[in-house]
Every structure is written in structure tokens, then in C-alpha cells.
Design a protein around this ligand. Structure first.
Ligand code: CP
Length: 324
């Protein structure tokens, strides 16, 4: 593995999941793999789970870690080629990224979309420019359109629950539902896009996506899933329900319907096969998910967030083994 930007960088999801669960059972199995190697974690946006779990993962592999909050402590970066830098940006990524390539062995980057210009956001310019100019492996800590470390974690968590709790699906295959939820702010589509493309490629489940009309996601990620606008119908017999808000994709970055009826409640959970409830966090309580669900045994959000360490460790380990 050279970079980790999307599911397309992974040859075999099940092998990567197995590796992550091996690290969960034995965190220091490869404690000298990353000795004398340094990873840079660059944040252009806030984070708690991604920041902490990736640091812990790198340290478990013996790596040195430097966290750099580009948005607060760095120069404002320019990403456009041939830009005339007479505005607010101070340093071009073409100049900054090769220097990062000298300081670090792996570069991990978090960026968010503007939610103003779909073409710009979906071009993934920021992460592509770091790949082009840093000369070292690049890991996405969430980009404008995808959150692959979160999605790998989600598949790890589903695997773990299925194996440990012997989930008895009412269907021939496991049923996983991704449901839109209300929110107070327009949010990126990345977690939903990413979850969709990972579950589709994984292929071990009947995968249903449910959202109000106008919230269709990009078909490049959802192709293969069943899309239903009736949430109650979608939830029927689900084994896992993944709750997430996203803003509109077609008329980009807007909030249309924000019907509180779409919040997942205990009443709605009764439609499912006693489903486990997932969310990437942070979550707006009693807007996206009710207290009663989040505080119930059905919620696996803490286990899910805990597994972020093992996903990051499996990915960093693969990159170290293939490149150094
Ligand atoms: N789920 C997730 O990426 O959380 P953070 O934004 O806190 O990193």
C-alpha cells in the first residue's frame, strides 16, 4: 500500500480487518516496525478521535509522531496551480509539501470540503496536491469527500460484533442500513460516501441507504446499495443501523428537509432485528440520535470509536511494510 485515500487502496478488506483485530488483541505485536520512522499528522480542521487514535496507533508501532494544526499554527496554504498569490494564502503546497516529505516518512492529512463548490470539493485537490508534491505516502484522516479510516473502523466493528455476539440475521445475509438523520448545520457527505463504498466493496451484506428525497448521494459511491426514501421500510429487520447526517449533493451543500421524524428513536429501533446502532461521532444528541438509543445496549458508538486505533494501526503498518 502506497497511500490510503479510499477503499481502492485496499487489496483485500478482510485481510486488513483481520490485521486490525490482531492489533486489538496484541497492540505491541509490531512495536519496532516503525522505529526511527516519523509520521506527521496535519490538521486543517478540528478532530478528537482521528487525532488521538492515529497518534496511539503510530506509537504502538514505535513511530515518532508530530501533530501540526495547519489551520491554527501554520501559514495559510494555497493549493491551486499557477495561483497569483495576492490574497490571503501565504505558502503554496508545492513549496510546503516537499519540505514535509523531508521531515516525515508518512504524512496524514485532514481536510474538509467547502460545501460551496461541488466540482472543487469532489476533485480532492488538497489531498492530491500533497500526494503529488510530498514524495512520501499519504493517509487521509478525512478528506473533502471520503473518510476511509472511519469506514475501515466501521467494517472492523461490524465484523467483531458478528463474530463475538453471533448475530442471527432474519435475512439470508446481514442487513446494514445507512440512515440520514437531521442536523442543525450542513455537513459533508464524506462519512456516508465512504461507508457506502466500503460496504459495497466488502459485499458481505444487504445494504440499504435511506434518506429524504433531495439527499441522494453521488452514485459512484452508492452503486450496489438499495435506496429507499421510506425510513421505516428501510429499517425493517436491520442488523446494523448507521446514523449520519449529510447535506444535499445535487444542489450542493444545502439543508432541505430537516424533519425531526428522521431522528433514530427507540420506537424506530423496534422495526429492526434488535439492531446495533453506529455513528462516527461527534453526535448531536436528541437531534440525530435520541438519548434513549445512544445510552442503550444497542449503541456501539464507543466500541466503534475505540476501534479507530486498530484501523489506523493496520493501515500505518501496511504502509511501513510496503515502503520502508
Ligand atoms: N469520527 C471522527 O472522525 O471524529 P473526529 O472528527 O473527532 O476525529
Amino acid at each position: 500500500m502506497r497511500n490510503f485515500i479510499s477503499v481502492n487502496d485496499v487489496t483485500d478488506i478482510n485481510v486488513l480487518v483481520k490485521k486490525a483485530l490482531m492489533y486489538k488483541a496484541n497492540p505491541f505485536a509490531d512495536k519496532i516496525l516503525g522505529i526511527n520512522k516519523r509520521v506527521g499528522l496535519l490538521f486543517l480542521n478540528p478532530s478528537m478521535r482521528t487525532r488521538l487514535s492515529t497518534q496511539i496507533a503510530a506509537q504502538n508501532l514505535g513511530m515518532d509522531v508530530i501533530v501540526f494544526n495547519v489551520d491554527k499554527d501554520g501559514w495559510a496554504l494555497e493549493f491551486e496551480e499557477e495561483a497569483i498569490m495576492s490574497g490571503n494564502t501565504v505558502e503554496h503546497v508545492k513549496d510546503a509539501a516537499p519540505i514535509m516529505g523531508k521531515y516525515f516518512d508518512i504524512l496524514c492529512i485532514r481536510t474538509f470540503p467547502s460545501l460551496k463548490n461541488k466540482e472543487d470539493d469532489y476533485s480532492e485537490l488538497y489531498i492530491k496536491q500533497f500526494i503529488k508534491y510530498s514524495g512520501i505516502p499519504v493517509v487521509s484522516l478525512e478528506s473533502a469527500t471520503l473518510h476511509p479510516l472511519q469506514s475501515l473502523t466501521d467494517i472492523i466493528t461490524i465484523n467483531e460484533i458478528v463474530e463475538n455476539e453471533k448475530v442471527k440475521s432474519k435475512k439470508e445475509k446481514l442487513k446494514i442500513v445507512l440512515t440520514w438523520a437531521p442536523h442543525v448545520k450542513p455537513l459533508p457527505q464524506c462519512v456516508a460516501n465512504s461507508f457506502a463504498e466500503w460496504v459495497n466493496k466488502w459485499g458481505n451484506a444487504d445494504f440499504v441507504i435511506t434518506h429524504p428525497e433531495d439527499y441522494d448521494l453521488d452514485e459512484r459511491f452508492t452503486k450496489g446499495a438499495t435506496i429507499i426514501n421510506d425510513q421505516d421500510e428501510a429499517l425493517k429487520d436491520a442488523d446494523f443501523v448507521y446514523v449520519k447526517n449529510w447535506s444535499t449533493y445535487k444542489d450542493y451543500g444545502k439543508i432541505y428537509c430537516n424533519d425531526p421524524e428522521w431522528m433514530l428513536t427507540d420506537e424506530k429501533l423496534k422495526l429492526t432485528n434488535n439492531a446495533k446502532v453506529m455513528h462516527c461521532l461527534p453526535v448531536r444528541r436528541n437531534v440525530e440520535l435520541s438519548d434513549e438509543v445512544l445510552d442503550s445496549k444497542n449503541s456501539i458508538v464507543t466500541q466503534e470509536a475505540g476501534n479507530r486505533v486498530w484501523a489506523a494501526q493496520a493501515v500505518l503498518s501496511e504502509i511501513l511494510k510496503s515502503n520502508y
